[in-house]
Design a protein around this ligand. Structure first.
Ligand SMILES: NC(=O)C1=CN([C@@H]2O[C@H](COP(=O)(O)OP(=O)(O)OC[C@H]3O[C@@H](n4cnc5c(N)ncnc54)[C@H](OP(=O)(O)O)[C@@H]3O)[C@@H](O)[C@H]2O)C=CC1
Ligand SMILES: O=C(O)C1=N[C@H](C(=O)O)C[C@H](O)C1
Length: 276
């Protein structure tokens, strides 16, 4: 049997809340090797990625703020590499383009990409025949919630989404809420037909209106991690679906699955549910 070389992985945003978890998970996966760790935060420049992630032993991978040289390094490996990105909505588009240009497959958790940017990235990945995964939520619980919501939408015409996150989150609504609304909108109906003429006494009181009349409300508070409710209403009944995260480790099985799967793809795929 031929020994498969471990998948070389570059973690971008390695010093962040998610990046640290990914550094731990990748370094503990026997079929992966942490090849590079990138983060723009100057506080961590030159520090060992493993120590920053809280591992007891150093990984001998210093954090650098130079993405492109790190991607170039990954191209020199026996097996082509993967870049996992948990950075910021303002930089994720350029990071993905850079990775694809180097032939490195992006696995992206960073949210905040516009529909136009996603379409453009899909074309770019297609032309380069490079796998690219955009995953708004890596937790299995959220995939199950979304499945249940799609099923419920066959029977309910009224639905609102509430997403609740820690107050360090840069984008609103969350990528997960946007994806959930898209899935419900794809069911081919318009939700929330008005029953009275409404006046918002304070702008935004009724939340934002996503596709097909679905409303999304965003809550930001210290003490929260990531939570989402999808609430369906009909005369005489309320059906509530809720997902809560209490530890970012919940995303890691999904991240590792995505790293393995992206090496077999030649185009862009959006959503963890497509990998299961
Ligand atoms: N798909 C999913 O399942 C999940 C997605 N997310 C998403 O992941 C993203 C990151 O979240 P989180 O880890 O909580 O955020 P953090 O702010 O904790 O971490 C982001 C890290 O990336 C760094 N960074 C920002 N921009 C760049 C850049 N251009 N190049 C290199 N490093 C950069 C930040 O540095 P600095 O501190 O200097 O800004 C920080 O160290 C968010 O978009 C969030 O919504 C989060 C959880 C789950
Ligand atoms: O910023 C976060 O924390 C999260 N972001 C993702 C999103 O915007 O949906 C996924 C999860 O909700 C955590």
């Amino acid at each position: 049997m031929v020994n498969q070389a471990p998948i070389p992985v570059v973690v971008n945003g390695a010093a962040g809340k998610m990046g640290r978890e990914v550094v731990k998970a990748v370094s503990q996966a026997s079929d992966m090797t942490l090849l590079g760790a990138v983060d723009r935060n100057p506080e961590y420049n030159g520090k060992d990625a493993g120590e920053v992630a809280g591992l007891s032993e150093p990984l001998e991978v210093p954090i650098t703020d130079q993405l492109e040289p790190t991607l170039a390094l990954a191209t020199q490996e026996r097996q082509l590499g993967v870049m996992v990105d948990f950075t910021h909505p303002s930089s994720v588009y350029d990071n993905i383009r850079a990775a694809i240009a180097y032939g490195i497959r992006p696995v992206v958790g960073t949210t905040g990409l516009s529909i136009e940017q996603i379409q453009d990235l899909a074309e770019f990945a297609d032309k380069a025949s490079t796998g690219c995964l955009l995953i708004p939520n890596f937790s299995i619980g959220m995939v199950l919630l979304q499945e249940a919501a799609v099923r419920a939408s066959q029977y309910f015409d009224h639905v609102e989404i509430i997403e609740l996150h820690h107050n360090q989150k840069a984008d609103a609504p969350s990528g997960t809420a946007i994806q959930t609304a898209q899935m419900l909108a794809e069911m081919g109906k318009t939700y929330n037909p008005p029953s009275v003429e409404e006046t918002e006494k304070l702008p935004g009181a009724r939340g934002s209106v996503a596709d097909e009349g679905i409303r999304i409300h965003s809550v930001r508070l210290p003490g929260l991690i990531a939570h989402q409710e999808v609430i369906f209403g009909a005369p005489g009944q309320i059906y509530t679906l809720r997902h809560d995260t209490s530890d970012r480790a919940c995303y890691m099985p999904g991240v590792l699955l995505a790293i393995r799967k992206v090496t077999q793809l030649k185009s862009l795929v959006y959503g963890l549910e497509k990998l299961l």
